[in-house]
Design a binder for this molecule. Structure first.
Ligand SMILES: *Cc1c(COP(=O)(O)O)cnc(C)c1O
Length: 363
């Protein structure tokens, strides 16, 4: 149905975002082609240095994706069959998948209703003698509170680059094209202040080979391509400005909603000074009707995420039921992401809020 409707305000606008940095991207690609170095090499090393500096981390290790970054961290921490990893059910699959692939049992703890991030008290209550890691997700770009636990904290920072320094053992970052810093395809990185962990990750991302063709550990191919590294180097200097624009858009939404006639059942995201607004996610009890009214008005929205992870078919054997984690399940029925990308047209947000107000005026 959506295909033939004119989308006036898309949720993302990759072409417009890329146009802002097109010349430096073209130059970066040309540099890689001219160098002939297509795996590893100076572009990856330079990007890792620049990313670490920008993110306030001692080490950055490029990976093939954010999913690879999470998986590689769990592997580097020695997580294996029989271990338990605690995380939130309201996240992208990779947060849990990277640990489950190693045979670990994923334990889901409920979220905090205001922040939508892992409730640190629920996470601590789920700890057992087998718990090997807790994985808070800085969902939508809002910093999750980290539990004070006696096991490593792995931050899923896929949506929160630029929001603050690494606080746990390591943080996984994603450069999926629509993330706040996007590559031209899949790419990711691990940020850590732990030199030993960084060294282990560098080993594991190239099949545990040291030196080449001498394998001291079983890793995988989790490498970042130099082509993506070069493109990310071209875009990285813009990240701080893009984050400022996202924050300004969030304030504009707050002002527009405050001035509009909107019933209190519609809730805005909890503000936080370190929020980088990867998404601006409202909560609406009549979400599906609202979403379809916005689609009719040419406004792109998305549901992150329609089904919590503890109820996914692949985790059926973990034994969760509808009602096991009620706060997350309720949130899944209400969340709706509105357009907030940096290339948003100046009058777009007023139109979005007008259309939402019109929906409630009709309803
Ligand atoms: C995007 C994302 C990932 C995975 O990153 P990819 O680069 O797509 O593999 C993991 N966790 C969260 C919360 C994400 O948003």
């Amino acid at each position: 149905m959506l295909a033939w409707r004119a989308v006036k305000i898309p949720l993302f606008d990759m072409a417009a975002e890329l146009a802002q940095v097109r010349l430096s991207i073209d130059a970066a690609i040309a540099r890689v082609l001219d160098s002939g170095v297509l795996i590893g090499g100076p572009e990856v090393a330079a990007f890792e240095r620049e990313l670490a500096a920008a993110a306030g981390a001692r080490h950055a290790i490029g990976t093939g994706s954010g999913s690879d970054a999470l998986h590689a961290i769990f592997l580097a921490l020695g997580i294996a069959r029989g271990d338990e990893v605690i995380t939130t059910p309201l996240t992208f699959f990779a947060t849990a998948g990277g640990a489950a692939r190693l045979g670990a049992r994923v334990v889901f703890a409920d979220i905090d209703d205001a922040s939508l991030t892992l409730d640190p008290r629920a996470a601590l209550a789920a700890c057992t003698a087998r718990t090997r890691a807790i994985v808070p997700v800085h969902l939508f770009g809002a910093p999750a509170e980290l539990p004070a636990a006696p096991c490593p904290i792995v931050e899923d920072a896929a949506q929160s680059l630029g929001g603050g320094p690494v606080r746990g053992a390591a943080a996984a970052v994603s450069f999926f094209p629509t993330k706040n810093l996007g590559a031209l395809g899949d790419a990711g990185a691990v940020l850590t202040n732990d030199a030993q962990l960084a060294d282990r990750l560098a080993l594991l991302r190239s099949h545990g080979a040291r030196p080449k063709y001498h394998h001291v550990a079983i890793g995988g191919n989790f490498r970042l391509d130099p082509l993506q590294a070069a493109v990310l180097r071209a875009k990285l200097p813009q990240l701080a400005g893009w984050t400022r624009t996202r924050r300004r858009h969030a304030e504009t939404y707050r002002a527009l909603f405050a001035a509009a006639r909107i019933p209190p059942e519609l809730r805005l995201p909890a503000p936080h000074p370190a929020h980088v607004y990867h998404q601006f996610v409202i909560r609406a009890p009549r979400r599906d009707a609202l979403r379809s009214a916005l689609a009719d008005a040419g406004i792109g929205t998305e549901i992150y995420y329609p089904e919590p992870l503890h109820l996914q078919p692949c985790f059926a054997e973990l034994g969760y039921r509808a009602g096991s984690l009620p706060i997350a399940e309720h949130a899944c029925r209400e969340v709706l992401a509105l357009p907030i990308h940096p290339a948003l047209a100046p009058d777009a947000q007023a139109y979005v809020v007008d259309q939402i107000a019109a929906f409630y005026a009709r309803a």
